[in-house]
Design a protein around this ligand. Sequence first.
Ligand code: DX5
Ligand code: ZN
Length: 220
Amino acid sequence: GVTPKIAPSMLSSDFSNLASEAHRMINYGADWLHMDIMDGHFVPNLTIGAPIIESLRKHTKAYLDCHLMVTNPLDYVEPLGKAGASGFTFHIETSKDNWKELIQRISMHGMRPGVALKPVTPIEEVYALVEAENPVEMVLVMTVEPGFGGQKFMPEMMDKVRILRKKYPSLDIEVDGGLGPSTINTAASAGANCIVAGSSVFGAPEPAQVISLLRNSVEK
Ligand code: DX5
Ligand code: ZN
């Protein structure tokens, strides 16, 4: 369905207080918690992995929307499944030859499969995954270069969102990077319904207000 899902990116949280940061976001009205998993190889930054997901899972029942910015996502499926991840979104750039196996193993480990694409990657590259017998259930359209929070939203990525929404009326379409009060209308009107927001939520004096503004913009 295309119900709004507002997913604060925990990359912008205080990692030394991850459980309380997670509780705070859920209390502010977040639907999902977006967890950016990086390996220092696919992207020039290193963040968290399965051990931290496992620790966080002991403190919350929230949907953990894991975004795998790693060169070998297959290696992460079993550890993340056991750790209690909810969604597992891999990058198509890393998985052109084994996405069928990847999707199958993600589902087998009880997670919801998704596919992400970098700004440079054409949208056509994900059609087969959405239309497969065992399909991905979400497409994540990156609206910045993956790797870091706090970058500027790329409005030219909205062509991808519009094309996807027209082709797949009930697909979950997630946008990630530079989303906040000044860019949400562009993304929502193009058809995005899952909204990742890091710096705009964590940097706000009243994060709950930003979360509700994001949701209202998607519902309009
Ligand atoms: C970037 C990550 C994003 C990032 C978004 O590689 O995938 O999830 O945390 O941060 P903002 O919302 O600050 O652009
Ligand atoms: Zn992300």
